[in-house]
Design a protein around this ligand. Structure first.
Ligand code: ASP
Length: 370
């Protein structure tokens, strides 16, 4: 505690009784407003001393809340619950760079992959709620409760919500050596090969898991699933031909599709994308009811102070309005969430409504983690 605040806390500046007179009247008025009515000054010098004390105390009284909210004073860590180089990592690093400039502190991105994003989320749920450990997670926050019977955190009670960050389309992609040219051909091939086809994902609850689940449901065929700690390493294996198919966010596939290091057959949203205009929509490609896009949100551990959460929301909104962030997102087929969605209320509503939305889908698929 700073010395002045410490002294105040011990009552060191509280005089006993004020004498009458202009200065003491002024002092007593000031002290009345701060709850101290009884002053007793025995000399002008005493009054002067008390005057200085009073000014110091008033200044301290004003300064205390500001000092209590000196945030951030050290680097902030944002946990990404997937491997480096993947889409959640890419989104986080773009936003963190701009938030860091706004907050005047470094932001360190820490990748804690595994178990479809639940290990990283659990880490943040248990972290100190001092505003220095945050989580940037995606839709997996709302699917995990249905998939993991022993989930070590509760997305509805163990976090403070900072705001939505972005919603990202996905693409259905394949190794570059796959000979098929259309999604219809790929579907016929998967139906013929079944579990001979290797589908990569980032673990149960990952976006790639959900997209694969919906795809397999839609075509009525199971593939063999190869889980990774994130789709960063999964896409490396897709480029190398170690796995056959992957459904992943455009934030991790756009450049690879453009340079031909992977093949892509369709987007997973109802409209074509400006960034990848040649890719058909699911309806155009023969899967009319197929639709999935992946929202991302920023969280702090529960109990983080409202002032810190408000400051983080403000910094997030400024980052999402940053022209550089908007341009980078657009190039990767997405857009930052509008300020009206980059709020605690909007993220909380999203988490809760998506838990309800995905529960029955996952139940119907009958797929659960151990
Ligand atoms: N795209 C991954 C997923 O399937 C996550 C990641 O690596 O960011 O959820």
């Amino acid at each position: 505690m700073p010395p002045l605040t410490h002294a105040l806390a011990r009552g060191a500046f509280f005089p006993r009784r004020a004498r009458h007179g202009r200065l003491s009247a002024a002092l007593s008025h000031r002290f009345i407003s701060t709850g101290l009515e009884e002053l007793d000054a025995s000399s002008e010098e005493d009054i002067m001393r008390k005057s200085i004390s009073a000014i110091a105390m008033t200044a301290a009284a004003i300064a205390v809340p500001a000092m209590a909210f000196a945030y951030p004073t050290q680097p902030i860590t944002i946990v990404v619950p997937f491997s480096a180089g993947g889409p959640t990592d890419t989104v986080t690093r773009l936003v963190a760079q701009s938030m860091s400039a706004e907050l005047g502190q470094n932001i360190v991105v820490e990748n804690v992959g595994g178990a479809g994003g639940t290990l990283g989320a659990a880490r943040v749920a248990q972290a100190r709620n001092d505003g220095y450990t945050l989580l940037l997670h995606h839709i997996g926050m709302s699917t995990a409760p249905s998939l993991y019977p022993n989930l070590p955190f509760d997305p509805t009670t163990d976090f403070e919500y900072v705001g939505l960050v972005t919603e990202v389309p996905m693409v259905i992609a394949a190794r570059p050596s796959l000979e098929h040219e259309t999604l219809a051909d790929v579907i016929a091939w998967v139906q013929a090969e079944g579990e001979g086809v290797l589908y990569a994902n980032a673990g149960m609850g990952a976006a790639s898991h959900l997209c694969g689940l919906l795809f397999m449901e839609a075509i009525g065929t199971q593939m063999t699933v190869i889980p990774y700690q994130g789709t960063g390493p999964a896409i490396t294996d897709l480029m190398g031909g170690q796995v056959d198919l992957l459904c992943d966010q455009t934030t991790n596939t756009t450049n690879q599709i453009r340079d031909g290091s992977i093949k892509a057959y369709a987007v997973t949203v109802p409209d074509r994308l400006d960034s990848l205009p040649d890719l058909p929509t699911p309806a155009e490609a023969g899967l009319p009811d197929f639709s999935v896009s992946i929202w991302h949100g920023l969280y702090a551990p529960s109990g983080t102070s409202p002032e810190i959460v408000a400051r983080l929301t403000e910094a997030l909104q400024i980052a999402l309005a940053d022209e550089n962030v908007i341009a980078r997102f657009a190039d990767l087929g997405t857009a930052p969430s509008p300020a009206s969605d980059a709020t605690p209320e909007a993220l909380q509503a999203k988490v809760v409504s998506e838990i309800a939305l995905w529960g029955p889908v996952i139940e119907a698929a009958g797929e659960f983690a151990n």
